[in-house]
Write a protein that binds this ligand. Structure first.
Ligand code: PLP
Length: 385
């Protein structure tokens, strides 16, 4: 049995502790009691490792944490009630008032809000850089730079960052690095092994994979875990519920075969669109036409299911018509579930934060789910007309 199968099927599951049940129990409790005061006193000393109160450690969540840390290749993992909560905890644990952050351009929208709106209220400044050239990180460093925030690839136009190169620059200046690894999953990219300090994920996406819960993941060293547990984790209290943790363990069981399916199907759908006259461009890191194709192949093990297209249209009504005709691609945010999705930039054009230069109005982000790729291609063919 290889290591991946062991992690997914067995790691963390001490079945003799719960009647030999194959599927672990949902330990649906807020608190844990003790026979003696001495036991209680001792348990409090181990609050970050053993069950005392579910805002800290819960046994069902602990099984999930062990699996995720092993997948990511990190010493520890914390699970949150959303990806945004995980990102906020990781970022806030890395900065103090007066510090400076260098963040990749066009990160996930709430990462942007955190760095440029919320933390600026507390005296943390942020510079946004084009992450495709590691020198831009180097050049943005100031005496008070404490954090490099990365997201490779990002989730609209999929620009990559050279993670080992940027990690090396950060190490030389004693700067912490965080990568949002949601796009690739730990199966396809392991930033901590490339020298990155912490990774964060939206567990809502591939890791759970069934579009039925919202969760976040933060992977880090034991030392960081201790710091964050006693500070951001316990004070913000943005935890996952035991029941959602159980669902996520169930979702993880099929992560390798879901990622395999997506890696097989997506290039077929991409290639159909690349050859269609009504599509002016397909943006997909695993397409040879992608400017950072070589870096994508070097840094990620397999293709994922997200890409974007620029539709050859002159008016918003034509974009609406295409999107409205699709039957198998549901129109929704998010990705990483079983169902194929589109997120058209056309949905954002009335929003105050919308910037045409970041995302053209005729850009449509796709996620290829687990359906037969031939069914998806036929759907696209009829919608493109
Ligand atoms: C969805 C997403 C997030 C936020 O995760 P939630 O679980 O929705 O809070 C963060 N980063 C990326 C890249 C995402 O796609």
């Amino acid at each position: 049995m290889n290591n991946l199968d062991y992690i997914i099927n067995h790691l963390g599951e001490e079945r003799s502790n719960y009647f030999g049940a194959v599927s672990p129990p949902v330990i649906q409790t807020s608190n844990f009691c003790f026979e003696t005061l001495e036991e209680m006193r001792e348990a409090l000393k181990r609050e970050m490792d053993d069950p005392f109160y579910t805002r800290g450690v819960n046994p069902t969540v602990a099984i999930l944490r062990k699996k995720l840390a092993a997948l990511e290749g990190s010493e520890e993992c914390m699970v949150f009630g959303s990806g945004s909560a995980a990102i906020a905890a990781a970022v806030m644990s890395s900065v103090n008032a007066g510090d400076h952050v260098v963040c990749v351009q066009k990160p996930y929208s709430w990462t942007n809000t955190l760095l440029n709106k919320l933390l600026s209220r507390f005296g943390v400044e942020c510079t946004m850089v084009d992450g495709r050239d590691p020198a831009n990180y180097q050049n943005a460093i100031k005496p008070n730079t404490r954090l490099f925030m990365l997201e490779s690839p990002n989730s609209g136009t999929f620009e990559l960052q050279d993670l080992p190169a940027i990690a090396a620059i950060a190490k030389a200046h004693n700067i912490t690095t965080i990568v949002d690894n949601s796009y690739a999953t730990p199966l396809n990219q392991q930033p901590i092994k490339m020298g990155i300090d912490m990774t964060v994920h939206s567990g809502t996406k591939y890791l759970n994979g069934h579009s039925d819960l919202v969760a976040g993941v933060l992977c880090c060293s034991r030392k960081k875990y201790q710091e964050i547990f006693e500070s951001e984790f316990m004070t913000f209290g943005g935890i996952i519920s035991p029941h959602d943790a159980w669902l996520m363990i169930r979702g993880l069981r099929t992560l390798p075969i879901r990622m395999q399916r997506v890696a097989d199907s997506t290039p077929k759908v991409v290639s159909f669109l690349e050859n269609h006259p009504k599509v002016s461009q397909v943006i997909y890191p695993y397409s040879p036409s992608f400017p950072q194709y070589n870096l994508a192949k070097q840094q990620m093990k397999a293709p994922a299911g997200q890409f974007s297209i620029l539709l050859k249209v002159d008016h918003l009504e034509e974009l609406d018509a295409f999107c409205n005709k699709l039957k198998y691609f549901l129109m929704a945010c998010s990705w990483g579930g079983y169902e194929s999705l589109i997120f058209p930039t056309g949905a954002l054009v009335d929003s105050q934060n919308y910037s045409e230069s970041d995302l053209p109005w005729n850009l449509v982000r796709f996620y290829v789910g687990l359906e037969d790729p031939e069914v998806l291609i036929a759907d696209l063919a009829q919608a493109l007309g």
